[in-house]
Structure formats: C-alpha cells, structure tokens
Design a binder for this molecule. Structure first.
Ligand code: F6R
Length: 612
C-alpha cells in the first residue's frame, strides 16, 4: 500500500531513490514519483504506471548533483492513478512536498477549509491536504509545522516532508502505517520496508505510532508527535542481506520464492526441534508457559493466504491440544461482538506484520485482556512489536505479491506451535511428537528434491489449461484450506476465475458448474479422507470435468480416473498441507507466466494492505 523512500547524505540521490523504489514496488505500482533538492529548489518528477515509466522520465537526471530527496510508489486510494495524483504532492509555492502512505480520513473538511484560506489544489488525493496544511503552519521550523499540522489530521499515515529552504533535513512521521529509518555515519535513509535499505545499511530504527523523526546527514532525532518530547531508541541490526531481496536468476520473484521454500522452512525450524527427543523449544516466545497452560480457547485471526494457514492450524491445534479453536477473517473479527478474556489466546498471522485489519483485530483482542501471539515474517513489524508474544517465520524477504514461502513457513511455525502447546499440556504421546518433529525436519529435503522435476512435468498441464476461464479446486480435511489457497493463487496471478471447495460441499451447489469444459483440481493424498475424496473424484469424472489430481506416488486408481495427475511422495498426513501447497503454487505461477501476466505485481493488488 504505497512505498516511501527518503535519503539525505553524500551520495547522488536519484539512483538511491530509484533503487529503493524498485525494492518497494511490490507495495503499489499505479504511479511513482521522486523529488530532490537542486540548488535550493525542489525538482519533482512523476509518472503514471509502473516504476519503469518514471525511470524513463529520469534518464537524463540520474547524475544530478543533489543528495537529498524523497520517492514514492503508489497504490491508489483517493483519485485515479494519473500523473497529477502521483506523489510527491506540493504546497501552493512548490517549495514544500509530501509523500504519504495511508488515508487521511478528514481530508474533505480540511481541503474545504484550506480552499477558503486561498490554497489551490491540483490533485484529487487526500495526501495533498497535508502539504497545504503544513504550509499553513510553516514559519521557519519544518518539524514544528508538521507536528502542528498532524494534530489536525485524522486517519493513518507514514509520511515524509521536504522543504526547499531546509536543504539538509527530511521530516517524517507515522501513525498506523510502517516507516523505518536506516543509518550510517554519513547518511540517513527512510523507507516503508527494510528491503529498500539493505543495499546501504543493516542498522535500522523502527518508528512507532505517534512519532516524528528529523533526519540529517548521518544523524537523526525522534520526538513524540503529541507533546514534542524526545524519544531515545536503540537501532536494530537486520540479518537479511541485499541479495536475499533479488531474483537470483529466476524469471520472477514468485518462482524464486517457490524454490526457496525448503531453505526457508529449514530456517524456520532451525533450533526449535531437538532431534534426539523431538522436544520443541520456542525461546523468547514472550508468553509464559503458565499462561499457555491455562488457555481455554484459541482464536486465529488473519487475512488472505495467512487466513488459509490459520484454517489448517485449526485442524492441528484441535487434534493435538484438544483446545477449541475459532478462525476469523480479520476484517470481520475486528467488528464482531467478541467474547474474549484472559484465557483466550488470540493468534494473529501475517507475513508483513502490517495488515491494517489484522492489526486492528489484535488491538481489539488486547482490550479484552486476551494474550496476543503474532506469527510474522517481517522483522520489527508493528504486529511483532505490539503483540505480547512473537514467533518469527524466518522465510526471508518475500517480494512477490502472491505469497508462497511465507505461507509454508507460517504452516511450519503453526505446526511447531501446536506441538509446543501439546507438549506443555501433555496432550501428545512423546513418541508421536518425536515422529512428527522428525518428519517435519525431513520435509524440507522432500520438497527440495521435488520442485524442479514437478515444474518440468507440469508443462503439459499448463499447455492444456492456461486458456481456461474458470477453475475449481477441492480438498478435504487438512487439504481443504490448500484448495482455497490454490484458487486464490490462481485468480490473483492469472486473473482466471477460481474457487476452492471442501470436497463434501460439491454436491450442495458447485457441482452444477461442472461440465466437459470445467477444469477441476482435486487434492487427493492417501490420507484418512482418501475414500471420501475418491467418491468426489468419481462424481466429477462422471460429469466429464477436465480433472487434474494431486495425489500420492503410485496411486494407479487416481491416475486412471483423471486426465492429468501430479504425484507427490508420501509424508506423514499431518504434513500434507505444507507439501501440497507446492503444486498449487507452481500451477498458478506457470499458468500466469504462460498467459503473459505480470506475475509479481498483479493488477489492483499490493503486497502489504495497510489500509482498511
Ligand atoms: C495472497 C496474499 C494476500 C495476503 C494478505 C495478508 O497471495 O499474499 O492474500 O496473504 O493480504 O497479508 P499479510 O500476511 O501480510 O497480513
């Protein structure tokens, strides 16, 4: 949801801003813009469309002598994605500009009041009011004027301001949208997310809600927006490297991230299972064993793919810990009548740790005294910092908008947490726990051997189905959420209409859709629901659907029933959702790539949904 970068230092600023925007483009790609100070004048360049459009405009300006500037890549909320609506937005004089991520909720009343005072507006955006409002308060202190302006603003923001008359200062502030500072001896950097900083520094400072930062060459200060009091913060050293956020020879980030899953899963497990005993260790969890032992109910809250991970976890947690589990979509949970208390654990799941609805849900849960545990991938994200406890997924930076490795690492972490809770509450036989732990450790090797041949063997399927208009996915039990995930991956990357169903639901309506043109992918491992799934497959075959099955190696019955099959090695059935995520991810990727879609940046989407 919009990416912000800022730089003040000694380098030439345009390449630094463009490199940062490139790494943040996944956050929004409707339009982009930069501004820099050149000889005490602000020079602004903007373009609608992808960042490449802006890069083309900037061809002659790469070497410009300026070492302070801001950049922005937009995901439109207010106003169409035109050049005029692209950030940075300027005040009436053109001497002050703002880049912003978030939504200014009272922008229309502010805009009217500012118009009355003689301000002229050039865009349809909510952001532009910020520039005029700061202008209204500005005498000679940019930070003070920004603070005064923000006192009148309702809504969410991560913003950065540049003023031509203060050519070595960037002012930034945040409320409910992420912002992180990077520091080194000669410069300060600003970004919506860590990957933009990695080529330059790994020393970062996370800005919290209600804080304002003043950045200069190699120095910064942070204040509370409310009362202006100074805030002292420690920097954090990030262990992600710059190359982790690059494509590494793959055509798209999505494919790279699919291939990275075995490594990511290994890192997620690393040090958390004792191979000799199968005991689970979750040091630094942040919620005491005593509290976890007393939990009477668990509520899982998430959006999109992370919600699918939650649906799988319900099966695991209820089976192995005997604790009742509810799963909620965060945008519903946050407005629902909640029945929570100190003995209900709220578990929020999020790759980014910044999803607005999930954050709001966790804050509401905390108001009821419910302990909140976050499963996040983004180190230092708002969720990770605000939750009572945190379990990181260690998937590394995920750049493709469609989530893949973060999903399987969420599943891995949720499985580890299930075993941990079961161990604490002695609800699992230690021998079974050991067996499950060992199989989880081995799963990464199984996946590693599988991806390349699977991708190759899938090509015939891709040629037969890439022109499909619709697609159905079915699964049962633990694999039902994987059917939902397969449908989501396909629709978001290839724009094919796709739906996922629990196998048993087919005859309650969706079976009416099946005819000889309808592609249907059935997840049919030889697990405890296998006989029931086979009945579904028979029903589908009887209606001549174009059937693809994903099943267990050597299943000749399935091979006979289907037009196409993808066979996977047998693993413990509890781990099937992690393994069976692979073929549905690859299928979505290959179909989208074959259709020539913009795989990493599908239309209308953004990686991190920081607005409601
Ligand atoms: C789909 C996808 C989204 C996210 C959802 C939640 O591929 O990536 O559905 O899963 O927007 O995002 P996080 O996990 O960052 O809270």
């Amino acid at each position: 949801m919009c990416g912000i970068v800022g730089y003040v230092g000694t380098r030439k600023v345009v390449p630094v801003l463009l490199a940062g925007l490139r790494r943040l483009e996944y956050r929004g790609y409707d339009s982009a813009g930069i501004v820099y100070n050149h000889q005490n004048r602000l020079v602004r360049h903007r373009a609608s469309g992808k960042l490449s459009e802006l890069e083309a405009v900037l061809d002659d300006h790469i070497g410009v002598e300026s070492s302070i500037g801001l950049g922005h890549t937009r995901w439109a909320t207010h106003g169409a994605p035109t050049e005029l609506n692209a950030h940075p937005h300027s005040d009436c004089t053109g001497d002050l500009v703002v880049v912003h991520n978030g939504i200014i909720e009272n922008y229309s009343s502010l805009r009217e009041a500012l118009k009355q005072k003689g301000h002229t507006f050039c865009s349809e955006t909510d952001t532009e009011v910020l520039a005029h409002l700061i202008e209204e308060h500005l005498i000679d202190d940019l930070a003070a004027a920004t603070r005064a302006a923000l006192a009148q603003v309702e809504g969410s923001y991560a913003l950065a301001v540049l003023w031509a008359k203060d050519p070595e200062t960037i002012v930034a502030a945040r409320r409910q949208s992420p912002l992180v500072l990077g520091t080194d001896a000669e410069a300060c950097y600003l970004a919506s997310d860590i990957p933009a900083l990695l080529p330059y520094t790994r020393e970062v400072v996370f800005l919290d809600d209600g804080e304002l930062a003043v950045l200069g060459k190699g120095q910064y200060s942070i204040r509370q927006l409310a009362d202006g009091s100074e805030v002292h913060k420690e920097s954090t050293t990030i262990d992600w490297t710059a190359t982790m956020a690059e494509k590494g020879g793959h055509r798209h980030f999505m494919l790279k991230e699919i291939y990275e899953q075995p490594i990511a899963i290994r890192s997620t497990i690393n040090g958390r299972i004792m191979p000799e005993t199968g005991r689970i260790l979750l040091p630094g969890l942040g919620i005491s064993d005593e509290v976890l032992t007393g939990i009477k109910r668990i509520v899982l809250v998430a959006c999109g793919t992370s919600w699918h991970a939650a649906l799988v976890a319900k099966y695991w947690l209820e089976k192995w810990t005997a604790i009742p589990v509810e799963v909620d979509i965060a945008s519903e949970f946050r407005y629902r009548h909640l029945l929570l208390h100190e003995q209900v654990l709220t578990l929020v799941i999020s790759q980014s740790g910044e999803t607005a609805d999930t954050l709001a849900g966790m804050r509401r849960a905390a108001q009821f005294g419910s302990p909140v545990l976050a499963i996040c991938n983004a180190v230092g994200s708002t969720m990770a910092r605000e939750a009572d406890g945190i379990l990181y997924t260690h998937a590394g930076p995920e750049i493709s908008v469609a989530s893949t490795k973060a999903f399987t690492c969420q599943l891995t972490t949720l499985f580890l947490f299930t075993l941990y809770l079961a161990q604490l509450r002695q609800s699992i036989d230690p021998a079974v726990q050991k067996e499950l732990g060992l199989q989880l450790i081995q799963l990464a090797d199984v996946m590693s051997a599988l991806i390349k041949p699977m991708q190759k063997n899938m090509q015939a399927i891709i040629e037969s189905y890439y022109e499909a208009r619709d697609f159905l996915f079915i699964g049962r039990g633990l694999n039902y959420p994987i059917a939902l995930e397969g449908a989501l991956k396909l629709k978001e990357t290839s724009y094919i209409h796709a739906e996922g169903y629990a196998g048993g639901e087919l005859k309650h309506g969706p079976i009416a859709l099946i005819d000889a043109d309808m592609p249907l992918l059935a997840l049919a491992p030889q697990d405890s629901s296998y006989p029931k799934t086979i009945s579904n497959v028979q029903e589908i075959k009887a209606r001549q659907a174009r059937l693809i099955v994903v099943g267990s190696e050597g299943d000749s019955q399935l091979a006979e029933l289907s037009r196409h099959h993808i066979f996977l090695p047998k693993v413990h059935e509890e781990l099937n959702p992690i393994l069976y995520a692979l073929p549905v991810q690859l299928l979505a990727y290959e179909i989208a790539a074959r259709r020539g879609c913009d795989v990493d940046q599908p239309r209308n989407l953004a990686k991190s949904v920081t607005v409601e």
